[in-house]
Design a binder for this molecule. Structure first.
Ligand code: ZN
Ligand code: ZN
Length: 230
């Protein structure tokens, strides 16, 4: 699923509101007068992300004036999910049902302001299982991650280093001044991490995203070149 750049949207929204002088362009009310400001897209451009619109197609409206613009009844069909973001903690709020959400789905509609919603509401609005499928794969990934971290194949040395052999590589998490460093085949990583688990997570990431393979290939090439020179 496409990544929803929430920061881009928040930044764009702020810019439009500032361009409009921080107040609703219909009734002139701003936050000091108790207005909740929103960004209205005057036209719908299919395939365009809400934060990629030209400024002149956007205007600041308060929640009340925005509702007048779109009508009272929110459409139940015709929604499209355009992206996903993980906030890292449940700091978001589903704009449909009000529950706290960590996993945010961004949905848009030709005739209604775009919304940030949770998994269930996204499935309902889009009448698909896109969001729940996406969450299933995230949950599977997290389960795999936890299994790797807790694996009994990690062995601890007398000097406090954790070792595991995986995908043809020797991965070692070694303590350095209260912190930890990941070593791959005796090559020390530059990054230090604050916990053993963080270092193990980094190892998992390298295994998953293919960087470890690339790194091992590079090592092999260097070794070969060294042989040739010798
Ligand atoms: Zn207004
Ligand atoms: Zn609108």
């Amino acid at each position: 699923m496409r990544h929803y750049h929430r920061k881009d949207w928040l930044k764009f929204r702020q810019e439009v509101i500032e361009l409009d002088g921080g107040a609703c362009v219909r009734c002139g009310r701003g936050p000091l007068q108790g207005a909740v400001l929103q960004v209205h897209h005057k036209e719908y451009l299919p395939g365009k992300l809400p934060w990629d619109y030209p400024y002149e197609l956007c205007e600041t409206l308060c929640k009340g004036c925005h509702a007048d613009e779109h009508g009272i009844v929110q459409p139940f069909t015709g929604w499209e999910c355009i992206g996903y973001d993980d906030l890292g903690e449940p700091s978001g709020e589903c704009e449909l049902c009000g529950t706290s959400i960590r996993h945010v789905f961004f949905v848009q509609h030709a005739k209604w302001p775009s919304l940030e919603v949770g998994e269930t509401c996204c499935d309902h609005l889009t009448d698909t299982t896109l969001a729940s499928n996406h969450m299933d794969s995230i949950r599977r990934f997290e389960a795999r991650q936890q299994r790797f971290i807790r694996s009994t194949r990690w062995k601890v040395d007398s000097d406090g280093a954790f070792r595991i052999h995986q995908k043809g590589a020797d991965l070692i998490v070694e303590p350095v001044d209260e912190k930890f460093r990941l070593c791959v085949n005796n090559v020390r990583g530059k990054k230090t991490l604050s916990s053993v688990n963080d270092a193990k997570l980094l190892a998992f990431e390298l295994l998953e995203n293919g960087e470890l393979d690339a790194f091992l290939r590079k090592l092999k090439m260097h070794a070969k070149r060294a042989d040739e020179i010798a």
